[in-house]
Design a binder for this molecule. Sequence first.
Ligand SMILES: [Mg+2]
Length: 381
Amino acid sequence: MDNPRIARIEWGRLEGRRPRHAGSNARLGEHGSVIRPPVARVTLEDGSTGFGACWASQEQAASLLGVRWNDVFSPAEGVAEPWLPFDYPLWDLAGRRSEQPVYRLAMAITGVAVDKAYRAPCYDTSLYFDDLHLASEREAAALIAGEAGEGYERGHRAFKIKVGRGARHLPLEEGTRRDIAIVRAVREAVGAQSPLLLDANNGYNLNLTKRVLEETADCGVFWMEEAFHEDPVLYRDLRAWLGERNLPVLIADGEGQASPTLLDWAREGLVDVIQYDIFGYGFTRWLKLGQQLDAWGVRSAPHHYGGHYGNYASCHLAGAIRRFTYVEWDEVATPGLDASGYTIQEGYVSVPDTPGFGLSLDEAVFRRAVETNGFTVSLQA
Ligand SMILES: [Mg+2]
């Protein structure tokens, strides 16, 4: 059967846990330790299946039933526009049907040669404001440095530190000083070679950004993410200031409600790293965007947090985009989702060469999720 119809879609939420509770960031409160990844499994009438992260409704799933495989996926473009809500299960299905890992399909589209032992560079994104209960700056810095050490033990060699404590959760001066002390302590804990990324979740302004980057100039900050809400005037100023000081800090932005003109500013050279969300923007669209960013000399580093599945999905995009910089790794274990083919060593994720996204679902756990919190839609026989 060359062109079977979509026969069944099952959807449910699994439940996973982070190894450590995640605190606040510059905008939001506690992120906690429980993650509830939504998973859809799509089955064709020939019995082939694929599964992946999916936020589609039951109505959207019902509308996919009966559609022919060649109308939902093409090897040259990926998932067809109307079916992008099912991007991940359909890519997984495409990989399984062709017995290839998704990264190979993606690389075939962008024309990048396949590396035999395929690895994707990653960073530990777990360093949140876990220190707000501590009164002492020294203790706060030691706590976050200790957390970075845990990431190092897990195989990470690049670390993102949430900053902007003075934006909301602490008084401005105290919070800013604490940010700086934490960056310095983490640098000391992970050694001179590990890239450090800062993420202010728009909690700084231009002057605060300059102050923090000046006072951490000897810490080798690799990128400054969402320093403030993106603004070409302020980014031009920041870029000129970085240039005068010979500070090779990259400007990263694009998660959340990014400015519609962000890509124009990237093309102009004001933004170095684009971070559209791996789910919100999606795999198929990222694959296209990544080629455009490559042509402009701009880096790709999709945002991913709180979805678990995105840790793996991002890895498959990494090889297809030349300037792909990092997978954002949010460590989670989700019973029912077997990711044992993936390992982190020396700052890289080793990606399994198994078909699709290289993950497997535990049948009993997934069925229970579908029955208790999800839905099934099927073609009438
Ligand atoms: Mg961020």
